[in-house]
Design a binder for this molecule. Sequence first.
Ligand SMILES: CC(C)(COP(=O)(O)OP(=O)(O)OC[C@H]1O[C@@H](n2cnc3c(N)ncnc32)[C@H](O)[C@@H]1OP(=O)(O)O)[C@@H](O)C(=O)NCCC(=O)NCCS
Length: 169
Amino acid sequence: MKIELKKWSLDDKKSLSEVCSRVDRTYLSNRLPSPYTEDSAAWWLNMACEQEGHSGIFRSINVDGKIVGNISVEQKSDVYQKDAEIGYLLTTENWSRGIMTEAVRQICDIAFAKLDIIRITALVYEPNTASRKVLLKNQFVLEGIMKRAVWKDGHIYDLCVYGRLKDPL
Ligand SMILES: CC(C)(COP(=O)(O)OP(=O)(O)OC[C@H]1O[C@@H](n2cnc3c(N)ncnc32)[C@H](O)[C@@H]1OP(=O)(O)O)[C@@H](O)C(=O)NCCC(=O)NCCS
């Protein structure tokens, strides 16, 4: 299995909308539009292509040449500008094959090399065990838990704050 990250292109509207329409949203924020249309994809691709390499790294996840997911590291602003937030999603049929563990490994290397940041933050809802495992396998450390910080579809979740430093202490 060949796992590659590729820069998004404005031509990827169809692939991105297919992936985002099929993804499990249980532990995702409402930033992901629902339903996810080609217009939603166009908005993301324009933003990604504009910010790529300056204030963010935006990649499609390709397995044996097919786009199966989305991953990004977005730099924050103001006093948080040396920090960036990672986000990712994968189509359900590809879960538990080690794909996101490898994608996170690759994008962290790129983000630390290309962005002016000293840490990457990941925010994960407490029951999202698969995502928490992905982070732990990539040198992220659980720095704290914000109690009852998330309200999603009628459920309240604790929010786990993970961090990975560019130069570990
Ligand atoms: C979270 C997500 C990205 C994980 O991707 P993945 O490619 O399946 O992850 P990996 O296979 O690299 O590793 C996941 C690990 O969790 C395990 N796992 C998968 N589903 C699990 C579950 N429901 N409960 C417990 N463990 C689980 C896998 O077996 C694997 O374990 P291992 O480390 O012992 O091998 C994927 O499930 C997803 O896209 N979820 C929906 C979107 C999402 O939640 N994004 C993250 C928001 S913070």
